[in-house]
Design a protein around this ligand. Sequence first.
Ligand SMILES: Cc1ncc(COP(=O)(O)O)c(C=O)c1O
Length: 419
Amino acid sequence: MTSTLEVGGARPPASVSRAGSIPPSCLHDAFRSAQAWELANGRPSIRLHVGEPAFAPPPAAVEALGAAAREGRTAYTSAEGMDPLREALAEKLERENGHRTRYDRIFITPGSCQGLAALMQSVANPGDEILLPRIHWPIHLQQALLAGLRPRFYRLDADFRPDLEALEDAGSERTRMILVNTPSNPTGAVLERPFLEAVLDVARRRGWQVLSDEAYEHFVFEGEHVSMASLERDVPEEERLVYSTYSFSKSYAMTGYRLGYVAVPNAAAGDALRVVQEASIVSPPTPVQYAALAALSDPDATARNHEAVRACRDRSLPRLVEAGLLRRVPEGGWYALLDLAPTGLDAEEFSARLLAEHGTAIAPARGFALRPELDADGRVVAVTEDPRLSTLVRVAFCGDGDQLETGVDRLVALATGGR
Ligand SMILES: Cc1ncc(COP(=O)(O)O)c(C=O)c1O
């Protein structure tokens, strides 16, 4: 299925910029539909379309944010962020992630999203290729296209893990980097150590840099979270390949604080990233950095939040497996990717009915595997959808447990109603 973009024809007019040619994220579409329903009906929908947690930021973080603002600790910091926070994060990475690094390899970023975008700009050049998983978070694709990168896609197996046999041949001589996201949004897959070792092995052989998105590091429910960078802890810095991004949004429920961090492999990588940060953010927000320091001092926060999401998962998702809509309960992350094929409805139609008739919002998955066709300037001239995703939807299970249960009941009722 090929959709012709509004830019029209096989080539966007010269006045359309690269950014203007990139399709909006399907997640924002789902968000807007739910908002419109809420406005029309005067009540909240059951919001299973977004990863917004039911739990709150650590009270100490809230207090520290307010105190910093009240006390005027609001001046710019360096582009990299405050040193005490970077030092605390270097310790955390060593202790929790087995990632041996130094405080001056760490950059505080306004959300890990900005860190990912900045890395794509600082590591690669326009025209270079980036490898993304076949099913990916749509923002990764937007970021790559904005940086002028040409995406290629690597195959996934039935459990949404990289198909290692195909990986070696997934790139070309123009491939510069590979993105790995574990636990994954939207699939919930967790990559075990042997997978990550194999990916790193191929990357080293092929000369690819590795971008490791670990936003859901604290939400692994089966097995353990393995940080890609821990696999090269004994490699000399100059030979390291892994760039890691982490977030406070999920682990500490600080989504709107906009707070994440990046660990770069060596000094040269830091020099390049610093320029991007100087030019795009000047510095990360200061009161939020004080909130981060306070959040890190809450010893139980991440375990509490992990348990809250696990409880939701265990309470409601087996129902979806029993109904034949989910192959297995996800091993990690905040999302499950359901296949509605047994209902005979496509994902868009099903999601629209679930919202209109049952006030429950979910995200159709077609936007998680778009294939853009680019012109020589990296502008998108056409987008192909992967028909295998036409019956898939994403359901977030990080929210309120009762709401999730009600939403799942309604979803199963609509899915099985006609059977
Ligand atoms: C896979 C993935 N990476 C990164 C992020 C970005 O998180 P933030 O910018 O809030 O740190 C998200 C948010 O949903 C995500 O799902």
